[in-house]
Write a protein that binds this ligand. Sequence first.
Ligand code: HEM
Length: 334
Amino acid sequence: MSTMHYHDYLELDKILGAQNPESEKRNLPAHDEMLFIIIHQAYELWFKQLHHEVDSVAMIMNKPALNDNSPELQTVVHRLKRTITILQVLVHQVDIMETMTPMDFLDFRDMLRPASGFQSWQFKQLEAKLGLKFEHRHGKEYYTSQLRQEHVSGIKKAEADKSVLQLVSAWLERMPLAPALSNDEKSFWQQYRSVYQGSLAEGEKENLEVFDGVFLNDSQIQSNLSSKANRSALFIMLYRGYPLLQLPFQLLNCLLEIDEQLSSWRYRHMNMVHRMIGTRIGTGGSSGKDYLKAAADKHYIYKEIAQLNSFLIERRKLPQLPTELETRLGFVHK
Ligand code: HEM
């Protein structure tokens, strides 16, 4: 019979033996360094779990058979929701960090140089897996200059692999439900375009050109989503009440929520940094708060999906769907 023990199963010798404050080693006791270490370790453990969830989501989405009616779409949404819940906890963990005052931090801050959360390869790799490409990063070369070579390779690999954003984009392109494009003015998209045009205020007229670029022709606009993918995503948002579109809508909504939680974390971290070190540079040598602010502004991963909300029209003005399509979107009655 197995004699599995809690302590061994969780390998607590390793985990609980991994808090070794620098201040103790140097015989310059700093009470709060224990908190500082444990908070960072807790973050890294949760990052590990986030990788586990995001990897499985990517694996499922990479299957060619995944369609809107697949039971696995439910698994994807379920795991993305878990990802969001973990991110919410990570945002709240800043509360604990903030119980440390700037003076308590100064007791050991210099002993950490040049270590910094900036070197958290798990965080950077997670951003990459979700869809942040190198060319969209703030500070480009700078961020890799602080990392070990093996960690840079891991991030580069994640950047080269298909990200969740790319996989969602491919799934949207495959989705057969949104009405096809046609020049006929009675067709769905032409009707939609003209209602949208009618909804624009004087100062927004040029939005129509953007609409055409986003939905009708793959324009010069640099985007992670093709016009076909954009049409599918907008269609899902507009008709999300139909049974077949409920899960696809939740999937898109999860992505926006992930961006929002990541952004909340960035802002809370940034404000904490400002309070803790003012305008001094970070232990990792960046400009500190200014660097973090620029990254927070630039690192939205699913901005193209968020932007689709600028093209919604009032529910009561939505074009009537053809009966055949309406039946496909609903529960089938025979
Ligand atoms: C006293 C608390 C903290 C201070 C003063 C602080 C300060 C900073 C600063 C100044 C940077 C910019 C890079 C640099 O020059 O070092 C940074 C980056 C970062 N920190 Fe913190 N930090 C703190 C706590 C945390 C915690 C608890 C985490 C959790 C893992 C964390 C994760 C990160 C990450 C992931 C980055 C990179 C962000 C990016 O490149 O977009 N930090 N931190």
